[in-house]
Design a protein. Sequence first.
Length: 697
Amino acid sequence: MELADVPCPLATPGCVLIRTHASLISAGTERMLVEFSQANLLQKARQQPEKVRQVLDKMATDGLLPTLDAVFRKLDEPLPLGYCNAGRVVEVGPGVTDLRVGDRVASNGPHAEWVAVPRALCAKVPDGVKDEQASFAVLGSIALQGLRLAEPTLGEQFVVFGAGLLGLLAVQLLRANGCEVLAVDLNSTRLALAEQAGARTVHVGEGGDPVAAAQAWTRGQGVDGVLITASAKSDAIMHQAAEMCRKRGRIVLVGVVGLNLRRDDFYKKELTFQVSCSYGPGRYDESYEQSGHDYPLGYVRWTEQRNIQTVLQSLDAGRLDVEHLITHRYAFADALDAYQSVRNDPQSLGVVLEYPADADRAAVVRVGSQRAAAAADSPGRVAVIGAGGFAKAMLLPALAATGVRITHIADLNPAAAGHAARKFGADQAVSDYRIALDDPAVDALFVVVGHHMHARLACEALEAGKHVFVEKPLAIDRDQLQQVVRAAERSPDRLLMVGFNRRFSSHTERIKQLLAARSEPLCMNMTVNAGAIPAEHWLQDPQRGGGRIVGEGCHFIDLLAHLAGSGVCRAAGMMMGEGPAVCSDRMAICLGFADGSVGTVNYFANGAKNYPKETLEVFSDGRVLRLENFRVTQGYGFRGFKKFKAMKQDKGHRAEVAAFIDRLRTGGPPLIPLSELVNVTETTFQLMDNPFDPSQG
């Protein structure tokens, strides 16, 4: 754990920038995350057996070293803590019309002096509710959503299993609904608070039997419902919850407990069981949370935002009292001490962080490093826009290996920008990419952001007089492509590079050498076991990701064109018929090249995870080359060549970046001519414009 200095976020479209006044530490969720982070590797593996299986599958396809790199990269990712925030709006982003500067709001922003939060995850705080009370609103909405699923009615009898913050809020909400409540816990202080709220209690720490108590309380009828707000690995709580329910009772899980259910428990009584999802409908729906597409009230009465609003109204009306739940208050500068209290003090419950009035709003944090100082006099200075998974996994390590000076790392996620800047020795972490764009000391920009922004940022960089390395794809539609072409033609002395890394792999170079003396065109077959991703994933969205053929398939079209040494002149694709939600990521592509070569790209998302992801076969002059997963190249019919195997998987990322930095320093033509970049990009558009769907006849 660390208290990190990161850039102030921006009020992007659909978001508001909030100056935090108070935030609440979620003793259950956050303590669990902190304890997991401090566990050793074996303990982490035991807690996540499904992740171990993923690691073994990746090891089988990619090899040991790339798998270890991926595992340790994931474990190194910073995770901002907190989701219960209250503060004042200082700026509203474009598209936000119902909040104004100066409004007090509760949100799911993390523990930070400044937070940028989508409008759908904010709610206005009534004048009668203090900031520290408002910081309970999001946690209260989690308890409220569990109640909504349980559907309590006036006079019913409910058990709340676990009297932590969530449980105590649930007790009050159930009492406000006219229900009788029995609270179960092993902490006497928390049970006393439950009794203050009008609940009966069972102290399991002193030998209390919750099942017997519930039966006695209901005169043998069984309770109407059980709300589980506890955190435990044991399956015993689920078994006890089923035993104490009446026939056709309801059990709702809000916390985290073992779920090896006993069929007999549920069969004889026809019990219903449901897991509650966080704040309510809309949670984890990107179109709702990020794009602001609200659900119509007439069809979805209670969304996550409306649940937060309801909790705030209950606080204002006095139906919900959180003052007596606050046990500790810490200054934000002492946040690490606050977490020690949460972990080690059994009496801690509501731990509130209080924020200073003079927080710095700078969008720049100077990091600096010995590596940056060593690179100060080397020619070429670069900035990186985007600090997501790919940038940190591939691009930034490759850049660091060249010794080039990284002046800025920019990302809308301040924690990601700050972590990447410190890890890779950049001068500055920034939340606004324009700071790097306007810096005359920056020679080149690396664009590693969402696909829909590639073309715009590439144009801005060229117009600012910078060289540009843009991750694939270059553009996701023809209008964007034409804009980039015009910008490149206006800046003929600037390098424009697209991240088609596979043509720079040592395997690709070896294949090119082996085919150099060929006497006929090539026949090539590329099989891509792409793996399934959800239909709602941003990459599948034509407006954001361009779809997988435009966004990823371009890699393999470029690779075949590079091997043929010739551009695509004919292209046709056939996608799978009716069945999957997205058919275009199950496409067979046939390509014809100007030199007479032919190639197929079978881009399939429905294969097994432990099958090689990428397999290339090249037929020419009575010989065959087979490349598997950029780990092994085998030759058949070649005199003096049978196999080439690199030390580890090599998809060309490091060689590609090194070549670009060398060209930046020494000058020369683009590594990939603009005409080739346009040819590949245009080919992907044609495939998506006119794919043949066999279901249509």
